[in-house]
Design a protein around this ligand. Structure first.
Ligand code: 13P
Length: 256
């Protein structure tokens, strides 16, 4: 089974216009000598305000794809402050991150809303990167697998097998995000294996064999090689270490 690895940089609320350009220029320079055939699928997820510029800088670079960090599932209308899929399509956005724990915890996003987003994204021909993950309390209580099962089952409600197969999941234990404390690679591999089993139960083996499941949470150039060596881990969704061109390029190289 050859699942193409993914290295995705989630910029979160970072980088103004100048910083975004510097970072993208640095990444383009860093990957220019890399063999496209051996590279993982590289994705950057800038803020909405940097999307136009990011699109312009990478439009002739097939080695990088764009992701949004969020979307509103409604086609248009009175949703102050929101952005639609149609608007993202203007910038050839290919992926949309949904269900990130920061959006669930700080902005009250529910499993139902995340499911609506997933359906709308797939309906528009884009690919959702569906995040899931447990809190430290849940891990200590031993309910991690049950919690992930619920999040995944609800996120995929009504999604066809052919759409599920193209989707991407990111397992991001909340206690590992931004803490510098990455989940042990073997444990991340085990947990992602459990998520893959849920997908197999919801669909079938073909879908569970093809869907790509990333690990996120304090991924660094020093951790990526061990993480990528795990059979269940198909790549990384990276916050902090994606904000510097050098470390992001090192992550890409670590996944080759
Ligand atoms: P860090 O890599 O900064 O821990 O963030 C992970 C994350 O939340 C990516 O979506």
């Amino acid at each position: 089974m050859a699942r193409r690895p993914i290295i995705a940089g989630n910029w979160k609320m970072n980088n103004n216009k100048i910083e975004a350009k510097e970072l993208i220029d640095g990444i383009l320079y860093g990957i220019s000598s890399l063999d496209a055939e051996k590279m993982p699928e590289v994705i950057i997820a800038p803020t909405y305000t940097a999307l136009w510029q990011a699109y312009d800088l990478i439009k002739n670079e097939p080695k990088i794809a764009l992701s949004a960090q969020n979307v509103n599932p409604n086609p248009s209308g009175a949703y102050t402050g929101e952005v639609s899929l149609d608007m993202l399509a203007d910038f050839k956005v290919k992926f949309v991150i949904i269900g990130h724990s920061e959006r669930r915890q700080m902005f009250g996003e529910t499993d139902e809303f995340i499911n609506q987003k997933a359906l709308a994204i797939l309906n528009k021909g884009l690919i959702p990167i569906i995040c899931c993950g447990e809190t430290l309390e849940q891990r200590e209580q031993g309910v991690t697998d049950a919690h992930l099962r619920t999040q995944i089952t609800k996120a995929f409600e009504g999604i066809s097998a052919s759409d599920a197969k193209k989707s991407v999941i990111a397992y991001e234990p909340i206690w590992a995000i931004g803490t510098g404390k990455s989940c042990d690679a073997a444990e991340a591999n085990r947990t992602i294996g459990e998520i893959r089993k849920v997908i197999k139960e919801l669909y079938n083996e073909e879908v569970s064999d093809n869907i790509r499941i990333l690990y996120g949470g304090s991924v660094k150039p020093s951790t990526i090689v061990e993480q990528m060596a795990q059979p269940e881990i198909d790549g990384g969704l990276i916050g902090g270490a994606s904000l510097k061109a050098d470390s992001f390029v090192d992550l890409i190289k670590g996944a080759m």
